[in-house]
Design a protein around this ligand. Structure first.
Ligand code: ATP
Ligand code: MG
Length: 244
């Protein structure tokens, strides 16, 4: 078993005088998550992910992968332990709704598009209340749909798309507000091998643009396309493999 937190605790962006110590994008320390009813989903889990790292999380069904993403996205709180994002303890953060809307982009395991509005509107809607004008929102939504190979499908309803296409809309939507962290739960689950590979390449480009990407997948070959693969078993990280 290798070190589960190879990224260390901080990285230095510039060298020499005036160097800026950057906290990791994501840190979990001794995190326990016990659901009501007694299920222990995370069992004293430690995890460090550096800024701009692309990490795949793998592991068997029920081992705690989705729970982990939900805690990082502040959709749920740990029973004990700490979750820090960009050095900030989520338990002490005042405006969690801003954090959820703007700082993390989340692609859920069961995609949750609004069924009665178009695909384009599903992407535009998360940009309401931001600095973007109506035209700016429209333009960005179209660009993102192009990016996930859905250019020309914007006017359809989600029910008129395949499962894999809907998953790609969910990815476009998660990227709309330029989050610093993208969390994706089995984003390639419904995709054929070629489409899944394209999504991995997209995530690689997103990472190159400065975003930290954490992706859950059962697919070992896809996991190997990330910078690092961490494996969870029954609520703990059991191995961490650097792929590049
Ligand atoms: N809201 C909940 N209430 C009670 N138990 C839950 C809840 N959500 C998840 N669990 C349990 O916690 C454990 C971890 O669930 P989690 O959804 O994190 O697994 P997972 O690794 O994402 O699995 P999969 O690969 O099937 O999506 C499981 O035993 C699950 O049954
Ligand atoms: Mg899951």
């Amino acid at each position: 078993m290798s070190d589960p937190s190879p990224a260390g605790s901080a990285s230095t962006l510039a060298s020499g005088e005036g160097a800026v110590e950057q906290p990791p994008a994501i840190e979990l320390h001794d995190v326990v998550k016990r659901y009501r009813g007694g299920v222990l989903a995370l069992d004293h889990l430690d995890l460090v992910i550096a800024k701009q790292e692309f990490v795949a999380i793998s592991g068997p069904s029920g081992c705690g992968k989705s729970t982990l993403l939900h805690l990082i996205a502040a959709l749920d709180a740990p029973t004990s332990g700490t979750v820090l994002v960009n050095g900030h303890d989520l338990a002490k953060m005042h405006d969690l709704s801003y954090f959820r809307r703007r700082e993390v982009g989340l692609v859920f395991q069961l995609h949750d598009l609004l069924p009665r509005i178009s695909v384009l509107a599903n992407v535009e809607i998360v940009m309401y209340g931001t600095h973007r004008s109506s035209r700016g929102r429209h333009q960005r939504a179209n660009e993102l749909l192009e990016e996930v190979d859905l250019g020309g499908r914007g006017s359809r309803l989600p029910t008129q798309l395949s499962g894999g296409e809907r998953q790609r809309v969910a990815i476009a939507r998660a990227l709309a507000n330029e989050p610093g962290i993208l969390l994706a739960d089995e984003p390639t689950g419904n995709l054929d091998a070629e489409s899944a590979r394209r999504i991995m390449e997209l995530f690689g480009r997103v990472r190159n643009d400065g975003v930290t990407v954490v992706m859950v997948t059962h697919d070992e070959a896809l996991a190997a396309m990330a910078d690092r693969t961490d494996r969870i078993e029954v609520g703990r990280i059991v191995s961490s493999t650097r792929n590049r």
